[in-house]
Design a protein around this ligand. Structure first.
Ligand SMILES: [Zn+2]
Length: 254
């Protein structure tokens, strides 16, 4: 790392005052209490982003801790302010242009735009936020919300698509793992209607041999029908017995 005397005069606040917060991760840092700029800087590249200024610590609003940020230039030309940890971990590697490209490529490739993921995403948002939606009482009205990342007016759909990936088949829809939980990456997965119906009735989680899966997943894992596993457990079998005892064919009574 090279010591850079010129940076003593560099003022990230002046830069940030001209920065369009709505486009960046800095939205929550508008009220800056103090800012401390590193005096050493070597440009580094993370994916499409190259740092163009030293790290600066921001303590802001009611957030007690200082968070390290850096201004980066994306290969597409956009300037962004990024939390340094996101660069280091690889979580952020472009200004957002990369995800957009991937999403539009996939959407074009499979001809899905307008008929599938986008409609699913839009009706989720409607159920949670539009009081005029016929399903609102069962979703938004029950306090079920869509996470900010997917609700983002600019990138919401792209974020959703990036997190969930393409819909595996036309039979799949978004299933909330915890039916009282929100629409967010942690609580959602693609599942067929059949899987969803099963999971809602039999969403019992079973841990065996270091794995925790629901009944339907154990069915797929060990090749024993989930109805059998469920019946065995209800009849007092141990988890091990229920998951490892081969299924016997029913004897035909004569
Ligand atoms: Zn970019």
């Amino acid at each position: 790392m090279v010591k850079c005397e010129k940076l003593k005069g560099w003022n990230p606040l002046a830069f940030l005052s001209t920065f369009d917060y709505t486009e960046s991760h800095m939205a929550e840092f508008i009220v800056v209490h103090s800012i401390k700029v590193a005096t050493e800087f070597v440009p580094e590249t993370f994916g499409r982003l190259t740092t163009i200024g030293p790290r600066f610590l921001v303590s802001a609003g009611n957030i007690g801790r200082r968070v390290s940020h850096q201004v980066c230039k994306c290969s597409c030309g956009n300037l962004v302010v990024v939390v340094n940890g996101s660069l280091q971990t690889g979580y952020t590697s472009s200004c957002g242009c990369f995800q957009k490209e991937i999403a539009s490529k996939r959407a074009t490739k499979h001809g899905m735009r307008g008929i599938s993921e986008y409609d699913i995403w839009r009706s989720m948002a409607q159920r949670c936020n539009n009081q005029k939606s016929s399903s609102y009482t069962n979703y938004g009205g029950r306090g079920i919300v869509m996470c900010d990342r997917w609700l983002d007016p600019e990138n919401g759909f792209t974020n959703f698509y990036t997190d969930m990936g393409p819909r595996p088949s036309p039979k799949h829809s978004i299933d909330r793992i915890d039916v009282d939980g929100n629409y967010c990456p942690e609580n959602c997965r693609w599942a067929t209607h059949k899987e969803q119906a099963r999971n809602k009735r039999n969403n019992k989680m079973i841990t065996y041999a270091g794995k925790t899966l629901c009944l339907v997943e154990w069915d797929e894992e060990v090749g024993i029908p989930y109805t059998t596993i469920w019946a065995r457990l209800r009849n007092g079998w141990s988890v091990e017995e229920a998951l490892t005892t081969p299924v016997r064919r029913k004897k035909v009574l004569q």
